[in-house]
Write a protein that binds this ligand. Structure first.
Ligand code: CTP
Length: 416
């Protein structure tokens, strides 16, 4: 049977990408019926969208002809999935507060179908507490949210807020359309337990740090390390797939945001600490970032120049705050606190000492004497108060899934 989506296009410069999205969906055999807000029509015409959907495009709540032929309640329920792409900060705010002042928002309030919102907006609008509050509300209402991409924006700024590429949106739509079918298939099997496959972390907030930090020396130089962020991003992806609300605080890395993850980009250890504290409370925090231990006492405002004496510029360093240890002794300490330890020797002993010093529950100790930093596999030992578990060398994705399964198990033992 043909699957159908109702595509709501709201107004933003990214609205033109909805044309490519429709083309990709039609190529995958998915039928698309489109609705446009008044401001979307400033960027794309209903005519172009209608040519691609090969259907009437709905724009007006009070269009008598549309209303007689197909009522708006009916329109909201005929699709298998409702997709808002691009979703502006404005339509997200209306959705979060249940407003219904035009056709698009009325349909969103009336629908009984799953909803996917694909935000696109200016980076500051994305990070604004009001937008993040609305997104949190929508997630807890069961709306699926894709995280925008990072990059240069139409307004000239740079950061998170770009509409994900149409093929990534189409893939997410296909994934969501497949979910009820998978559930039907699983439900037909005798040993199906709904909590086992995807919902082990539903209603939990998991906070993750990943990547290196960059500590400025002057406007063009910084202190950094070789962390790629791959392990932390894989853990964030696995936690989101397990149904958790995931906040990923990422240092400067060149990785796409995993589906369903809220990403906050930072540069320095102090920014990372602030973002982490801001994201509390969390059920579990997994601190994977390779935070720089030191920063320069004073980053120079101007580029440091050689002075001709042959002597290096004096670099006074001071210690950075320890984010893991701060959480270990925090008034809002997460129920489960996990640190990583990058070691090249006496791995278990060092990890045990770190567990005590930082007030963590587990330390995931990894041997970085090989090419772990930047590589795709990892050999880890999980050090807890109860002892040490050694895992074989595994792809970082498998380490992530195994760790998230262990987290889900520990949280349900502690909280339920
Ligand atoms: N960590 C942190 N903040 C820091 C330093 C480290 O949150 N300023 C966290 C890391 O994210 C990791 C854990 O602490 O989860 C261990 O980091 P590591 O650099 O191995 O430990 P150090 O405390 O630096 O100890 P050592 O110098 O012995 O390696």
């Amino acid at each position: 049977m043909t699957q159908r989506i109702l595509l709501i296009v709201s107004g933003g410069i990214a609205a033109y990408k909805s044309l490519e999205l429709v083309r990709l969906l039609r190529r995958r055999g998915i039928a698309v019926r489109a609705v446009m807000t008044p401001s979307a029509q400033q960027f794309v015409t209903p005519l172009s969208l209608g040519v691609l959907t090969e259907d009437h495009v709905f724009t007006d709540l009070f269009d008598l002809k549309d209303e007689q032929e197909i009522g708006h309640i009916q329109l909201s329920r005929q699709a298998d999935l409702v997709v808002v792409a691009p979703a502006t900060a404005n339509i997200l705010a209306k959705m979060a507060t249940g407003q219904a002042d035009d056709l698009a928002t009325t349909l969103l309030l009336a629908t009984d179908k799953p909803v996917l919102a694909v935000p696109a907006m200016n980076v500051r609008m994305w990070h604004h507490p009001a937008t993040q509050r609305n997104l949190a509300q929508l997630r807890s209402d069961g709306v699926h949210i894709m995280t925008p991409d990072d990059g240069a924006m139409a307004c000239g700024e740079y950061g998170t807020g770009r509409l994900p590429e149409p093929d990534a949106i189409a893939a997410e739509i296909e994934r969501l359309l497949a979910l009820p079918r998978q559930a039907d298939q699983l439900a037909g099997q005798p040993d199906f337990a709904p909590s086992s496959a995807t919902r082990t972390l539903a209603d939990r907030h998991i906070l993750i740090t990943a990547g290196p930090t960059h500590e400025p020396i002057d406007p063009v130089r910084y202190i950094a390390n070789r962390s790629s962020g791959k392990q932390g991003f894989a853990i964030a992806a696995a936690a989101a797939q397990a149904g958790a609300r995931v906040t990923l605080v990422a240092g400067p890395v060149n990785l796409p945001t995993p589906a369903g993850v809220t990403r906050i980009d930072v540069q320095t250890a102090r920014d990372m600490l602030a973002a982490v504290e801001n994201a509390l409370p969390a059920d579990a925090a997994i601190m994977v970032a390779a935070v720089a231990d030191w920063r320069t006492a004073d980053a120079a405002d101007q580029k440091l120049k050689k002075d001709g004496s042959g002597q290096p510029a004096p670099l006074a360093l001071v210690e950075n705050p320890d984010i893991l240890a701060t959480l270990g002794h925090h008034a809002q300490r997460p129920t489960l606190l996990i640190g990583f330890a990058a070691e090249t020797q006496n791995i278990a002993d060092h990890a045990r000492a770190k567990l005590a010093r930082k007030g963590a529950d587990w330390i995931v100790a990894n041997d970085v004497s090989g090419d772990v930093m930047g590589g795709d596999t990892n050999a880890v030992q999980i050090v807890t108060a109860d002892g040490i578990e050694s895992w074989p060398v595994l792809p970082k994705g498998d380490v992530a899934i195994k760790l998230i399964e262990k987290v889900a198990h520990a949280l349900s033992a502690r909280l339920d």
